[in-house]
Design a protein around this ligand. Structure first.
Ligand code: ATP
Ligand code: ZN
Length: 819
């Protein structure tokens, strides 16, 4: 081997660092940093990787392999992205491969275990296929689906991925996705005079004669003629005609006689709303002031916090800013906590910027993801809207990142590595790309607020609602008192009930908030007190009445609701606690005429479930909407003047140092959905702790005093922003081994920390999930310590721990800045 050039390749593996491959003369002609390559790894496996760098340092310790193929001519990943990934892997203490796996669309990442499916069996231009493509195509015609591994047996190992890639490019095959879901358009029935009768007087008179014996049908037909004239060619919905006196039965008979035609027409739900683009609203005086301040502060600050009360028009300010950034030739990334929020906001943004807006949807399938990646790379969009993973797109020329609802904890990724926080990573990416970062919220997080008042960030306040409407009047309903005085039915106090009656009378829509889903969190036997628990997790099962099942919200375990207590056989099983499903039942029982709907993860499963619900709410097909925190995020509806909170208590009692901050934010945000257009709104919060300081502060909109208390406590007890946290989460199926391992690591770390800064091991509130026991060790990093050094130390101690094989089987997940 006399090659002198080597490439470092990023592979989607949970192993540290990059991997070295040697380059041949001809490779040097085409290789570029950021390009996709197919490489062998391990004994048989083939992987898609990305070129990280090219160098001449021959590895001494092992023999390198060659790159099998270059998959594209041009890089799919920018150099900035590679820097970004490396930074993330270092900061969040995971491998570069973990970041790559999470960041790069899996459809672009063919691996041995990936499956492909034939989509164009009719493909006939066989001449255009090379020998290998032809072989794979023939195999797929027989079998429909094969894996990359199987393709490697048909052609050869080297050529499998490149061959499949060519077939994908030709549209002959695609990645197999079992979960692909279709959007079913909304179909409506329409009615018109039968085309055969149009302009055919004779036929028409014949029909009318025939209808002499059916006066109702005759009348309806004549009415339709009048209506059609009035509508001047616009289609008439059957439903609308029925409202004006026609009946479905009569229309059916008319259709059978050939007098009218009933036809179907697809009513577009989501796209149909995109009108022509229009000008951005004129900002109010206050909004304009805020905009000017933001721009001034950006002169010497890279991050500005916009703290504007609910419905103050923060979105309008973002629109103006975007316009200005785009005018300078730069791009904007607009982050939202969950894509659910976007439905309304996307419409607002598209209305102004049209198809220059790219939307990244968390429910996108793999092929849609690839398309967005490529279009971003081509610079097709001026604005990208998306949730936290939109940070991974291959941007160029980013001028601004807006982090809307920056206080939202769903900005933190918790299910897969890297466990990153999008707000923090937005600032990092902003730094790498020289883009400004605007954080926006009506209830900023304690961390951002602290940074703002300490002038690390710019800080702009906007204290009045658009149209100078007063913030809603918030009152607390004392549930203890209501129960004592029997002023309550089930969980709905009579004050709350009466207010809903008034609202419905005024044709207003009502939003009710309850932060638990399901019917009841706990089922309990009245005789022996037994509570059914999940066999895999240390939690009680949640009762879902609709499906008559008990479900575990942590591992998905499901069982039918038992008829008798599994412990004592008694029939007296009772439920404790309340979920959205139960509130839905109670509300429907009190208001049988009202159209009641529920919005929680159970009710929002489909790809477009959220869009449909928003549309139904806008069309007033819902009178009362009951939801979990899903309804708190950015909802902007004009016809809601009243919001009710069913029970604030579980928010207040959560065992977490952020509980009070979250309770204040959530209650303020929910309240903010009321009274956004014409008049001051009203809010009722039911609670057994009516005197609780947080509730009192919510009613008086005392954000700053609340934060003062919270920050005082954080400082006292060494929590962020006064320390940085790293949580080490141990998981193992054997509790004893788990505890021993965690204790051993604590012993190794002890010498380096004061005892107040090294907590645990301790079981979290749910000590076992999916048959794995859990133990947490929390490390607090004080401002005088270097976080990097602490991280190095942790790595080193884990390595030391792993020299003993018994400890190696215990998984350790490192969570930097846990929320
Ligand atoms: N300058 C303006 N001209 C016209 N309409 C405005 C203006 N400012 C705000 N609005 C309208 O007022 C409503 C509330 O504004 P917006 O949704 O931007 O508030 P927000 O501060 O983002 O609220 P939240 O934090 O509660 O989501 C919207 O319907 C918006 O269209
Ligand atoms: Zn479970």
């Amino acid at each position: 081997m006399n090659t002198t050039y080597f490439a470092e390749i990023i592979l989607p593996l949970s192993l540290d660092g990059t991997f070295t491959y040697h380059l041949y003369e001809e490779d040097l002609q085409q290789i570029k940093v950021g390009q996709r390559v197919a490489v062998p790894f391990g004994t048989q496996k083939l992987y898609t990787g990305v070129v990280h760098s090219i160098h001449q340092n021959k590895p001494e310790l092992y023999k390198t392999k060659a790159i099998h193929a270059f998959l594209d001519n041009e890089p799919l990943v920018t150099q900035t992205q590679i820097k970004f990934w490396e930074w993330m892997s270092n900061y969040y203490m995971c491998s570069l491969g973990d970041v790559f796996r999470n960041a790069f669309p899996s459809a672009l990442k063919l691996e041995s275990q990936t499956f492909v499916r034939l989509i164009n069996a009719e493909f006939s231009a066989i001449d255009e296929l090379n020998d290998y493509e032809f072989l794979v195509f023939e195999a797929l015609k027989l079998r429909q689906i094969i894996s990359v591994e199987e393709a490697a047996l048909i052609v050869d190992e080297k050529s499998a991925i490149p061959t499949l890639k060519l077939l994908i490019d030709k549209g002959i095959i695609c990645l197999d996705e079992k979960l692909s879901e279709k959007y079913t358009p909304k179909i409506d029935n329409y009615v018109k005079i039968h085309p055969d009768l149009k302009g055919n007087d004779q036929a028409f008179i014949a029909i009318l004669d025939q209808l002499n014996k059916a006066p109702k049908q005759r009348e309806t037909l004549l009415q339709l003629i009048t209506l059609e004239t009035q509508l001047q060619g616009k289609p008439l919905k059957v439903a609308d005609f029925v409202k004006q006196g026609a009946t479905n039965a009569v229309l059916k008979s008319l259709a059978e006689k050939g007098a009218v035609e009933i036809y179907q027409f697809q009513t577009s739900r989501v796209e149909g709303k995109e009108e022509e683009t229009s000008e951005i609203s004129q900002l109010t005086l206050k909004q304009n002031e805020a905009l000017t301040q933001i721009k001034t502060q950006f002169v010497d600050k890279s991050t500005v916090l916009l703290h504007g009360v609910t419905s103050s028009g923060k979105t309008e300010i973002y629109l103006k800013l975007m316009e200005q950034v785009i005018a300078k030739g730069n791009k904007v990334l607009y982050l939202l906590p969950e894509i659910s929020v976007t439905t309304q906001i996307v419409h607002r943004i598209k209305k102004h910027f049209g198809d220059k807006v790219g939307v990244y949807h968390s429910k996108f399938n793999q092929n849609e993801r690839v398309e967005l990646w490529q279009k971003t790379l081509n610079g097709d969009f001026d604005i990208i809207i998306g949730p936290r993973t939109a940070l991974y797109l291959p941007f160029d020329n980013l001028g601004m990142i807006i982090v809307d609802e920056e206080h939202e904890s769903s900005y933190k990724q918790m299910d897969v590595k890297p466990f990153f926080h999008a707000r923090d990573m937005a600032m990092l990416l902003g730094g790498l790309m020289n883009a400004k970062v605007l954080l926006g919220s009506a209830t900023p997080s304690a961390e951002s607020y602290y940074n703002a008042i300490n002038q690390k960030y710019g800080y702009v306040e906007l204290n009045e609602r658009f149209g100078n409407i007063k913030l809603p009047e918030i009152k607390i309903v004392d549930l203890k008192k209501a129960q004592k005085e029997k002023e309550i039915t089930d969980d709905i106090s009579h004050i709350l009930r009466d207010e809903i009656v008034e609202q419905l009378k005024d044709k207003k829509q009502v939003i009710l908030f309850q932060n638990r889903r399901g019917y009841a969190p706990i089922m309990e036997c009245n005789t022996c007190g037994h509570t059914p628990e999940c066999p895999n997790c240390d939690v009680s099962l949640t009762y879902h009445k609709f499906s008559n099942q008990l479900k575990c919200h942590y591992c998905g375990y499901v069982q039918a609701k038992p008829i008798r207590c599994p412990s004592c056989g008694s029939h007296e099983l009772n439920t404790k606690g309340i979920g959205t499903e139960q509130i839905e039942h109670q509300v429907q029982a009190i208001f049988p005429e009202a159209k009641v709907r529920r919005m929680d993860v159970d009710a929002m499963r489909g790809k477009f479930a959220y869009e449909k619900l928003i549309e139904d709410f806008e069309n007033h097909e819902i009178d009362i909407l009951i939801g979990t925190q899903m309804i708190t995020k950015g909802f902007d509806f004009g016809n809601v003047n009243f919001v009710g909170v069913i029970r604030a208590d579980s928010l207040l009692n959560f065992p977490d140092f952020r509980a009070h901050e979250k309770a204040f934010q959530l209650l303020t945000q929910v309240s903010g959905r009321a009274g956004r257009r014409q008049e001051q709104g009203k809010v009722l919060i039911q609670s057994f702790q009516a005197e609780h300081q947080i509730l009192q502060n919510v009613t008086t909109y005392s954000y700053a005093p609340t934060m003062k208390d919270i920050l005082y406590e954080r400082k006292e007890f060494l929590y962020p922003p006064f320390t940085r946290l790293i949580n080490l989460r141990f998981k193992h199926k054997n509790k004893e081994r788990l505890d021993k391992t965690a204790e051993q690591l604590v012993t190794l770390l002890k010498a380096s920390f004061e005892s107040r800064c090294l907590l645990g091991p301790e079981a979290p509130s749910i000590g076992r999930i999916n048959n794995l026991y859990i133990a947490d060790v929390m490390i607090k990093i004080r401002p005088n310590q270097s976080p990097q050094k602490v991280k190095d130390l942790i790595r080193q101690k884990i390595e030391q721990l792993h020299t003993i094989s018994a400890f190696r089987s215990v998984r350790i997940d490192i969570d930097v800045d846990p929320v």
